[in-house]
Design a protein around this ligand. Structure first.
Ligand SMILES: Nc1ncnc2c1ncn2[C@@H]1O[C@H](COP(=O)(O)OP(=O)(O)OP(=O)(O)O)[C@@H](O)[C@H]1O
Length: 475
């Protein structure tokens, strides 16, 4: 007597009499030909309507050409096709960006969909473990849409019911290599839908030379480099505090120097001041003339300078109380940016306990109360552990350059940042490839963005100093 079993369970059958083979006869249901034809016909019709609905222009052009051919012969259809191609080429050469936006990226997206994503979708999902087989049925996440721009392919995906973002975030390596790119970023669009970003090129692959000094004095976001999509990287420094962490040689200095460079016109105009704490005596001493005496390297002098910043902050808070809630830089009340290179030298590694407490208390006070009265802190450090920097959570904006260990990423950028693609431990230790490259997590956005700061060389710093002192004297 045969028992009917779902297909998948046949492999679980065990014979107690090894000489007798288990005979499995699947139940065969004969479907009438008419039903099969109707099903295929319906599917074809649905696909046709869907294609016309989704791609009206792409369907209309070949349909019009086919109609021309049928009614007026192929010479006319060919001439019209030639005319269309020439017109498109003309458009592409005269207004590249609008052509790319309206036609170019859509064509590329279609090509990438057909040649890469749809073609490799099933094998990549299977091998990476994102497809599932339940009770003999295969379930595959759905590839919803492919969009392209000059930098990356963005794939919208519908997850399987019951999958979590983490399931995908843990497999970014599999996805990237499966689709022939070097990296993949996962972001949640809405419940059940993800956006996978696959960069096609890397605008951050080679060092970026120092950017021009801005013409206008501004404390607004200062341009300091590039984002991974090739857009300028503008860092907010006024109204926030910034923590920069990176292993030795990761390029922390370039974030500090680019910020000073961007603020230079405002410093010259008296709208901004940079107060520098340089306990290693290496990084900021090179341009100490820029700080107009607000420079300290000795720990005791650093503590005095921090106390002075706290006093400025308290005085402003007392004056502003009840009158204004945010700071607007003026010559009387300029924006004060306290730059601290290797803050751990002043806190965790400082042998003098009293000094250590004084410095930590001043830093914590500035970081909790300074931003609304125009006193900001930008601190750099190598080791982001809590024992070394126990106030790291007081910095709203965080930058992780190359880090030695994967656990350090979340210490700097906050919980879950590495799962969201902040792979700071994967940044190359080769200076040409990785110095100045970082993942940035801003207060306003939980997804870390990959960026590279421009390289401000010693010559650039000398030029900044001469420009500042010359103009300062002239002013
Ligand atoms: N933005 C950048 N682009 C390219 N190369 C850079 C960049 N920044 C730094 N470098 C290179 O990396 C080297 C190390 O940079 P830097 O001294 O700023 O690192 P750091 O993180 O401050 O190191 P440490 O903590 O040891 O002082 C520089 O000498 C330079 O050659």
């Amino acid at each position: 007597m045969f028992k009917r079993l779902p297909g998948d369970e046949a492999r679980n059958l065990v014979s107690t009499t090894p000489d007798t083979a288990v005979v499995f006869r699947p139940a065969v249901l004969k479907t009438p030909a008419l039903v099969t034809l109707l099903v295929y016909g319906w599917r074809f019709l649905a696909a046709l309507v869907r294609t016309i609905w989704k791609h009206p222009v792409a369907v209309a052009v070949p349909a019009a050409l086919a109609a021309l051919w049928a009614w007026h012969g192929w010479p006319l259809a060919l001439s019209v096709l030639g005319f269309v191609v020439m017109a498109l080429l003309g458009w592409a050469f005269t207004d590249r960006s609008s052509f790319a936006r309206l036609i170019g990226w859509r064509l590329l997206a279609w090509w990438r969909l057909v040649s890469v994503y749809r073609r490799h979708w099933q094998p990549v999902m299977d091998v990476s473990g994102l497809a599932r087989r339940v009770h003999g049925r295969d379930y595959l996440p759905r590839l919803v849409r492919v969009q392209c721009d000059g930098w990356a392919d963005r794939i919208t995906v519908r997850m399987l019911k019951g999958q979590a973002v983490k399931d995908w975030a843990d497999r970014t390596d599999n996805l990237a290599h499966g689709f022939g790119t070097t990296s993949c970023r996962v972001a949640l669009v809405k419940g059940g839908r993800l956006l996978l970003t696959f960069p096609r090129s890397d605008p951050l692959a080679s060092p970026i030379p120092a950017l021009p000094i801005p013409n206008e004095p501004t404390v607004g976001p200062v341009e300091i480099g590039k984002q991974e999509d090739g857009q300028p990287l503008r860092l907010k420094v006024h109204g926030t505090h910034v923590l920069i962490a990176g292993a030795t040689g990761a390029g922390k200095g370039s974030f500090l120097w680019n910020t000073i460079r961007g603020l230079l016109p405002a410093m010259r105009a008296g709208l901004a001041e940079v107060w520098a704490l340089d306990p290693k005596l290496m990084e900021l001493s090179y341009g100490r003339e820029l700080f107009k005496g607000r420079y300290a390297a000795d720990p005791a002098a650093c503590a005095d300078l921090l106390d002075e910043a706290v006093t400025v902050m308290h005085k402003r808070a007392a004056r502003f109380a009840g009158l204004q809630r945010s700071h607007v830089p003026t010559i009387e009340d300029p924006f004060v940016l306290v730059l601290v290179d290797e803050v751990a030298f002043l806190t965790a590694y400082q042998p003098d306990k009293q000094l250590r407490h004084r410095i930590s208390a001043a830093l914590a006070t500035l970081a909790t109360q300074g931003r609304s009265v125009g006193v900001g802190v930008m601190a750099a450090l190598q080791d982001p552990r809590k024992e070394v920097m126990n106030i790291r959570n007081l910095f709203p904006d965080k930058i992780a350059l190359r880090l030695d260990e994967s656990e350090q990423v979340d210490m700097v950028l906050g919980d879950g940042a590495r799962d969201r693609g902040g792979l700071a431990d994967h940044i190359s230790p080769v200076p040409e490839l990785g110095a100045g490259v970082a993942y940035m997590r801003l207060e306003t956005s939980p997804d870390p963005i990959r960026v590279r700061a421009a390289y401000v060389s010693d010559t650039d710093i000398r030029h900044m100093v001469s420009l500042f002192t010359e103009r300062g004297e002239a002013a």
